[in-house]
Design a protein. Structure first.
Length: 428
């Protein structure tokens, strides 16, 4: 029998004190997850198209002329330990007749998702391709005026295949909208080094601290006993195969999280249905802690992550200067990379929402599913009037946002003459 939302919160407040540290509100971590269970996937959640992202009209006389962009690749298959480990483990249990009837049902669905990973680990899914086509179409539609006279689009991509194919789908949609565009496509290790940077270990113990927090979160949040008892028979042989029960749970959570990304390929298999609401919230808490600590902006070591992206901010300024120069025909600089490039970048810029800083113990205030799902994107849109004045606004996942501590000129719009020195300062 499905538990009510309040009963789950009460139960979790007892066994999981972190959930009781502050009042539960509409914007808190639990209700949005239970309203749409796919969101528990965190960074593996498929892109959500904004239902009502209201655009603030530009001040009178200003028209869009240029877009600077960074996009994470779209929905993909799982990587490494998240790809086939859980399936292989369940197969061993099946061969020894150690699965319950419910476990056999789970294995049938798990096989459909696992099959899509054979020789395809980490590769873009059909859903991922459609996400980028949709983002490109909406961007072109909103800023169509920018493309009327300017026709050059410069693209760079990480040399990882899912990013290249995301770039291909994005620009393919732009060409469908406007066949006269002149697009340059560039990829390789050279461009990956522009888009991705290793953290700077200012603490001297960064990697050790991150790994310790990850292990702590896995043990703290994942509760495997109920899950295992439903799907695996209680037998000594089963315990020997499973080994570490938390790791067994983690393996399933990671492949379950990407089942939504492969909905077209699998006919809509949903592996999250095999988790109770409480297990789902715990899985989300674990995934949230892992990603925010790894590439986010936590108080303890966020600076290590974000300052590594000074060169990328410099690249944004340099290319904007070139695009704004007299005679330029460049309408967009498009960059295609990874979550580990985008999230530190917006943390360095200080964007409200995705760049917010919390203590690690308050990481659930950071909605991973909202801020860094598959297909996440930053669009920096430049406007100009007849006098040559330039305004800029930021959209993150197609929603307007602003910079913490930097007052806009009007609405979400910044004067480039004020914004540029700020960004230059961040790049040094």
């Amino acid at each position: 029998m499905k538990k009510s939302f309040l009963s789950i919160l009460f139960a979790m407040a007892v066994v999981f004190p972190l959930f009781a540290q502050r009042p539960i509100t509409e914007e808190d971590f639990a209700k949005p997850i239970l309203d749409s269970r796919d969101r528990a996937a965190g960074i593996f959640h498929s892109y959500e198209v904004p239902a009502s992202a209201v655009e603030t009209p530009a001040p009178l006389g200003y028209k869009p002329i240029y877009i600077s962009h960074y996009g994470r690749h779209g929905s993909r298959r799982q990587l490494h330990e998240g790809a086939l480990d859980s399936y292989n483990m369940f197969c061993k249990l099946h061969e020894m007749k150690l699965l319950t009837d419910e476990g056999e049902e789970l294995l049938k669905d798990l096989e459909k998702v696992a099959r899509e990973h054979i020789d395809m680990e980490g590769e873009l899914s059909e859903r991922g391709a459609l996400e980028h086509r949709g983002i490109a179409s909406r961007m072109y539609s909103k800023y169509r005026k920018a493309f009327r006279k300017r026709k050059e689009v410069d693209c760079i991509s990480s040399n990882i295949q899912r990013c290249i194919i995301s770039m291909t789908n994005f620009t393919g949609e732009l060409l469908r909208e406007d066949p006269d565009l002149k697009i340059s496509w560039n990829t390789g290790e050279k461009y990956k080094k522009v888009l991705l940077h290793d953290p700077v270990d200012l603490t001297g113990t960064l990697l050790r601290d991150k790994e310790a927090k990850r292990k702590e979160a896995k043990a703290k949040y994942l509760e495997p006993d109920g899950f295992i008892s439903r799907y695996v028979k209680d037998a000594p042989e089963a315990k020997s195969i499973i080994g570490n029960r938390v790791d067994f749970m983690n393996q399933f959570v990671r492949i379950a999280a990407v089942s939504q990304d492969l909905s077209s390929e699998t006919g809509g298999v949903d592996l999250f249905r095999y988790l109770t609401d409480e297990e789902l919230l715990r899985a989300y808490a674990f995934l949230n802690s892992w990603i925010y600590g790894s590439i986010g902006n936590p108080e303890e070591w966020g600076e290590c992550n974000i300052i590594a992206y000074r060169p990328l901010v410099a690249d944004i300024v340099e290319k904007a200067d070139a695009a704004l120069a007299p005679g330029s025909r460049v309408v967009a600089d498009l960059r295609f990379g990874h979550d580990s490039g985008l999230l530190p970048l917006v943390g360095l810029i200080g964007l409200k929402g995705p760049g917010d800083r919390y203590p690690m113990d308050s990481h659930l205030d950071f909605a991973t599913w909202r801020y860094i799902p598959m297909g996440s994107n930053l669009q920096i849109v430049f406007y100009r009037n007849r006098r040559g004045n330039t305004l800029v606004k930021f959209l993150y996942n197609e929603r307007e946002t602003t910079i913490r501590g930097l007052e806009p000129f009007k609405g979400p719009y910044y004067k480039w003459e004020s914004l540029r020195p700020y960004l230059v300062g961040l790049s040094k």
